[in-house]
Design a protein around this ligand. Structure first.
Ligand code: ADP
Length: 351
């Protein structure tokens, strides 16, 4: 086999690949392997080209007994850490013998695993806190507070609050997994965002009143049609307006502004935007990029105090993605925040 034959064979492989001869020199490498390990590989001793003990052990093992091996190769592509699954196998053809090394980029699989582990750890932590509190109160009610009617009432009140927190968390988790499952299915119904906002206002008026917050609608739009899933869009509006009320501060004001833009630059087409503005404390710009991550909170204590699960904005983001829309968050410390949802307007509908 000539050098060119080896390069042709390696070039046909969809992975970074190189071939090591029995004399331990590199026989050839495809362009992906050159990009990964550096140019000028041919003729070099494999130890000087690869340098990672796991991979070197695998090559030496295959040379010894001919059995295939798998290992990991960890590197950095300049902007992030990357992980490769390396397979080393003996290649014995009449014209060439040696060890074939293939490098498969599995960084995304590793990242997905990490995200899943973090998620499970977060959920367990969120559930454990109220659960531990409830177990403590049950013990107290069975023991020291058994005959104390006043304490019983108080503890039962706290237990009901903790149970409600767990229920909210489970509800949000289910909602998040449903939204994620639907994310690839395009919604099909006509939804009038003006009517939907009015209806959400009605539902939340009690909450606003309790918080001393004034809810107002701005903008002259009578109708703002989008193609969407009405239940999910209602959830977006409720989550954002509820947050504006919760974090909007006492005696604040929450304004919802609807507008139609025939050429919305964020969507490259006609769009309906719904801006929810509050007069609260605002959010430090530092937090904005991570705000829609699951369980990300600016102030965990305050969020929990307000009955938050830390999942509201993650749900909002997934729903907006499903609708091919955009979410913009702007905030000024001490003045308040504006969350703007931009959705593609329903076609052929004069708004
Ligand atoms: P939570 O259940 O904690 O409210 P969300 O996902 O809805 O969870 O929001 C994440 C975090 O973003 C909140 O904990 C809060 O710190 C911050 N946040 C959301 N909306 C606002 C707002 N209108 N003003 C200030 N902070 C906000």
């Amino acid at each position: 086999m000539s050098d060119q034959d080896i390069d042709t064979m390696l070039g046909a492989l969809p992975l970074a690949a190189l071939m090591i001869a029995p004399n331990e020199r590199i026989l050839g490498a495809n362009p992906r392997a050159l990009a990964l390990l550096g140019i000028d590989l041919r003729g070099r001793h494999f130890i000087t080209a690869i340098r990672q003990p796991g991979v070197l052990d695998a090559v030496e093992g295959v040379m010894r007994d001919g059995q295939p091996r798998e290992t990991r190769f960890l590197t950095n592509d300049g902007s992030r850490d990357t992980t490769y699954r390396v397979s080393a196998s003996a290649l014995s053809m009449s014209i060439a013998k040696g060890v074939l090394l293939c490098f498969e980029d599995i960084t995304h699989v590793e990242q997905a695993g990490e995200i899943r582990r973090d998620f499970v750890a977060n959920v367990s932590h969120e559930l454990r806190t109220p659960l531990t509190a409830m177990i403590g109160f049950i013990e107290t009610l069975r023991g020291p507070a058994r005959d104390d009617a006043g304490a019983r009432e108080r503890f039962l009140g706290i237990m009901a609050k903790e149970a409600a927190r767990m229920e909210r968390l489970v509800k949000d988790l289910l909602s998040l997994s449903r939204v994620e499952a639907d994310e690839r299915m395009r919604p099909t119904e006509h939804v009038d965002m003006a009517a939907l906002t009015a209806s959400v206002f009605h539902t939340l008026s009690h909450l606003a009143q309790e918080a001393g917050v004034r809810l107002t609608r701005d903008g002259a739009l009578e109708q703002a049609d989008v193609i969407g899933d009405p239940d999910q869009l209602r959830q977006v509006m409720s989550n954002l307006i509820e947050n504006a009320i919760k974090y909007g501060g006492q005696v604040g004001e929450v304004t919802v502004t609807l507008s139609y833009n025939p050429s919305e630059s964020a969507l490259r087409g006609a769009g309906v935007s719904i801006a929810i503005t509050d007069t609260g404390a605002g959010i430090d710009p530092l937090h904005l990029p991570r705000l829609t991550e699951r369980f990300y909170r600016v102030d965990s204590h305050r969020s929990r105090e307000m009955g938050g699960t830390g999942l509201g904005l993650a749900i909002v983001k997934h729903i907006i993605n499903r609708h091919r829309g955009r979410l913009r968050i702007e905030s000024t410390m001490g003045k308040g925040s504006t969350f703007t949802v931009i959705l593609p307007a329903a076609p052929s509908k004069a708004v």
